[in-house]
Design a binder for this molecule. Structure first.
Ligand code: SAH
Length: 200
């Protein structure tokens, strides 16, 4: 079902993700309804496949975003802190911001400056309060190193999959905390790192 969730509208896309049982938590469903993909993906935003966003980058498929938010739902509660590595279009960063609420904080880190700038333009245009109240921060830089200034994070999503164990990012994860890493572009598998209360 994963590739069959396309819709004609954002709501229809979300409905299809629910029907396919990719998303089921009320927090994820409301976040994906609140954040319209069309603000971040100008062509075919409701197609359930990755779409080009320029500079050789893609916005991930909606079902991948659904899996990521569902996988991190316990670590994206109101007031929590999150890091989105390889934030690209800024779409997932915005969904995470919707979930952590006004007392939470989400840092998106993207290494292509033009994409980081474009995501800020889109976020400012459609969710200005999230930028003004600093709920969302977009940083240009090498995401493999994370963003120590904002650490520790309850959750880390890695959109720019690294082949090796992301040691620097694990160090910035809170105890307890969870890191979610989809690996590969077409056929993907997911690596989840859980840090327990003792930091293991
Ligand atoms: N999650 C985003 C983008 C996924 S594509 C979305 O759905 O819109 C992966 C993104 O990671 C691309 O934007 C790419 O430019 C970025 N990226 C790749 N390597 C990176 C690195 N080392 N540091 C920061 N960003 C990186």
């Amino acid at each position: 079902m994963a590739w069959m969730c396309s819709g004609k509208t954002n709501d229809e896309l979300v409905d299809n993700l629910v029907k396919a049982r990719i998303i089921s938590s009320s927090q994820v469903i409301s976040a994906m309804r609140a954040v319209d993909r069309a603000h971040f993906s100008k062509q075919y935003p409701y197609e359930d496949s990755p779409q080009g966003i320029g500079y050789g980058a893609t916005i991930s498929a909606p079902h991948m975003h659904g899996y990521a938010l569902e996988g991190l739902v316990e670590y994206l509660k109101p007031g929590m802190r999150a890091l989105d590595v390889g934030s690209g279009s800024g779409y997932l960063t915005a969904c995470m911001a919707a979930m952590v609420g006004s007392n939470g904080h989400v840092v998106g880190i993207e290494h292509i400056p033009e994409l980081a700038d474009q995501s800020l333009v889109d976020l400012r245009a459609h969710y200005p309060e999230w930028i003004n109240d600093k709920r969302i921060e977009i940083v240009t830089g090498d995401g493999r190193l994370g963003h120590n200034e904002g650490a520790p994070y309850d959750s880390i999503h890695v959109g720019a999959a690294a082949p090796k164990k992301p040691t620097e990012l694990l160090a910035q994860l809170k105890a307890p905390g969870r890191m979610f890493v989809p690996v590969g572009t077409n056929s993907q598998y997911i690596v989840v790192y859980d840090k327990d209360e003792s930091g293991n």
